[in-house]
Design a protein around this ligand. Sequence first.
Ligand SMILES: Nc1ncnc2c1ncn2[C@@H]1O[C@H](COP(=O)(O)OP(=O)(O)OP(=O)(O)O)[C@@H](O)[C@H]1O
Length: 291
Amino acid sequence: MTDPVVQVENLHKTYRGGFHALRGVSFDIRQGETFALLGPNGAGKSTAIEILEGYRDRSRGRVSVLGTDPHRATLEWRARLGIVLQNTGEAPSASVRELLTHFAGFYPRARDVDEVIGAVGLADKAKTPVRRLSGGQRRRVDVALGIIGRPELLFLDEPTTGFDPEARRQFWDLIRGLQGEGTTILLTTHYLDEAAELSQRAAILVGGELASLGPIDSLGGPQSRVPVVRWHDGGRLREERTEQPAELVARLFAAEAGEPASLEVVRPSLEDIYLSFLKPSASIQTEGVSA
Ligand SMILES: Nc1ncnc2c1ncn2[C@@H]1O[C@H](COP(=O)(O)OP(=O)(O)OP(=O)(O)O)[C@@H](O)[C@H]1O
């Protein structure tokens, strides 16, 4: 098995002024994997990503990205990364094609500019100055800039914020294409459906600590995925978690001699599981093990 593309071990970051933004975070990202870093505002996601990109110093811990400590970043190493930042600066007056052609010149294995413009759905805007694009269209330019250099590792920091639903679906198709080519991706997003759709594994960061780490479809452990049966009993909402919802519904049906009022069977979504980690009582759980 090849070495992980990203290795993070006991990462700490204390900002000047003493704020402890990362408190001993450890995870790996494997070759060709899409890994989602999830967590509420202020959890430490961007801090972690900026450290991995070599744009921010860490306070403590070990970090390796494509076999290099980002602290010792070289231009060659940078050319192997693609970065879509959360906030991009002022939009330039150059056209979409001019801007991408300019940036393609920095990379030894750049993709074809028009192919990238088509992939992000901006073919009819190729000649338009970037500053005249809508917010969502500019975000697509950011994504295009992130992939123009054919990166081995792509950082996507909330890439679809501001996209309309159709553009998000197109973006997902684009990411699937990159996955098919073997690109390793680190994704942060507040859209849990996006994380579930695109990533194989995920980590949930809460207050600078990993609250959960593991395959996206077993995050939170089997217990958190047990279906919930809800119904009204004499006007009172009742709720029961059970592995055998059909059996419970059959019992309720027999007991009430008919349809229980407002009956529903809900399987917790990734969003429900994610939200359960934000409750003050939530415990730390990594790769299916509670700690
Ligand atoms: N330069 C800085 N100096 C001091 N504190 C900072 C600095 N940058 C970030 N922080 C603090 O560190 C914490 C983590 O911030 P970070 O931007 O990493 O969170 P995030 O998980 O990316 O949030 P969001 O989802 O809002 O992007 C926040 O409480 C933030 O206020």
